[in-house]
Design a protein around this ligand. Sequence first.
Ligand code: TRP
Ligand code: SF4
Length: 328
Amino acid sequence: MGKEIILSGMRPTGKLHLGHLSVLENWAKLQKDNENYYMIADWHTLTTGFNDTAMIQNNIRDMALDYMAAGIDPETSAIFIQSRVKEHAELHLLLSMVTPLSWLERVPTYKDQIAQFGKEGKDISMYGFLGYPLLMAADILVYRATAVPVGEDQLPHLEFTRELVRRFNHLYDCQVFPEPKALLAKIKLLPGTDNRKMSKSYGNDIPLDADDQLILQRVGQMVTDPARIKKTDLGHPDVCTVYTYHTFYNKDEAADIEERCKAGTIGCVACKKRLARKLSEFMAPIRERRQALSGNPKRLDEILNAGCEKARIAAKETLAKTREAMKI
Ligand code: TRP
Ligand code: SF4
């Protein structure tokens, strides 16, 4: 891979947890040798959460801390807030003039999400929600990003962006925008403590800032092999969440634990203790990095200001080229 311009982001909906970590670690890896922009997509939260904005400012700061705790380096990458770089909005508007309505309506998440929220009695069929993929396209194109690390669920949005690039460059007979490619990392999904998808709303998550006590409590609530009552019962690690976690965070001992569980020579309490110890070791530096910054709000402001400024400089250049191509 040659030098890429990389952009990605997340919606600030609350503190991040261990399930998000592999995504952030992948972003952190991409910092080497590339030009990186990591965004906190606060405008995107409004597309579904327009009536529930009380926590946004807190969530933005938490997200910035989580990014850095996970290894995003503000010296190398621009860590910035979408709504503070107004060029995203200008590009969104300009692109909206050439975006066929039908393209937006056929993005799979559009009808799905409206139906999903509808079931909960919430109407999100707003102009802004329809434009979700276009705002995302503007986020990417405003940096003329060449590569976007995203999860599989975002692929239709990336395809939409690429189609829009072809249309724009053709309409205005220019090469302002490159077609961004998706970087799909092979990320193994870490389940929550109850073996469902990890989510704060399920109470099955391990927050990135968890202390030893919370780790112990969360490991304590993990579901184990239900067929095992006594230590001597032969276990099935393949159906045990604790074992799954050992394969992530205690690779050296996982094979031994598997064998002893199957043979009935290790008890679940001891097994969980071992995991909690390993997780504590693993999470301590993440928590410490986070704490160092959360205790220094001025420094955090400086970092975000610098990130927004760096992003703005690149974005302004793109807007100049876009206006020139459109003669506006
Ligand atoms: N839609 C993305 C998500 O929900 C967040 C996002 C907004 C994003 N703009 C982006 C991701 C641009 C990548 C590039 O996860
Ligand atoms: Fe799970 Fe460990 Fe108990 Fe086996 S011994 S069922 S791997 S917690």
